[in-house]
Ligand binder design. Structure first.
Ligand code: G3D
Ligand code: MG
Length: 193
């Protein structure tokens, strides 16, 4: 093999290595974390169950703009908590090495909103304070039951330095947008390293 070809292959391998990012989805039980993933990944939604950690991991390729505005393929390895509430006691392996996080609350449930702070604190405890994040108010389709009004969410969004989206995993509203946003923020943050 000539040197040119070899170095090209190394480059490709190197790029692939760098373009796979671990994204964790965190938030109270039943806020819609799994439903958001199902909505986004659709038929390609294939779970790989990791029993020792109690999570499902989904790989999803997306195309986002890099720091030069050029379309770039990246892979999101999205970690989702498996099973029932007793598995919500999360441990270090869930957070370890996360490159981005999606903080989810349910717009109809105030406790899930105030708990976002706790989820974020846990992430910080595991060393993720500098990791890109988005704040998600899910179930926006349940308009009549909405408890968390926009100024409250915007205040938290600023405090956490996390772009905010109101989504519905039921209708799909803003779901893709928020996954693309966390992908883009993660890529940009990695390119700055
Ligand atoms: P979790 O993974 O955070 O625990 P799930 O939450 O995705 O399992 O969702 C919990 C319940 O909320 C599910 O209802 C699901 O259908 C519902 N849900 C999730 N997202 C939305 C949404 O955007 N709008 C509405 N209206 N419902 C949503 P069930 O009845 O299956 O428990
Ligand atoms: Mg779930």
């Amino acid at each position: 093999m000539n040197d040119k070809k070899k170095s090209d292959e190394e480059l490709v391998f190197h790029e692939r290595q760098e373009m796979i990012y671990k994204i964790i989805v965190i938030g109270d039980p039943a806020v819609g974390k799994t439903s958001l993933l199902t909505n986004f990944c659709g038929d390609k939604f294939k779970y790989e169950y990791e029993p020792t950690v109690g999570v499902n991991i989904t790989k999803q390729k997306i195309t986002v703009k890099n720091d030069m505005g050029k379309d770039t393929d990246i892979y999101l390895m999205i970690w989702d908590i498996a099973g029932q509430p007793q598995f919500y006691m999360l441990h270090r392996p869930y957070f370890n090495g996360a490159d981005g996080m999606i903080l989810v609350y349910d717009v109809t449930r105030s406790s899930s909103f105030s708990n976002v702070n706790n989820w974020y604190s846990t992430a910080v405890k595991y060393g993720l304070s500098g990791v890109p994040r988005v704040l998600i108010g899910n179930k926006i389709d349940l308009k009549d039951e909405k408890k968390i009004i926009l100024p409250m969410a915007e205040h938290l969004s600023q405090k956490l330095n996390a772009p905010f989206f109101e989504t519905s995993a039921l209708t799909g509203e803003s779901v893709a947008e928020m996954f693309f946003k966390i992908g883009e923020l993660t890529l940009l943050s990695k390119l700055q390293e």
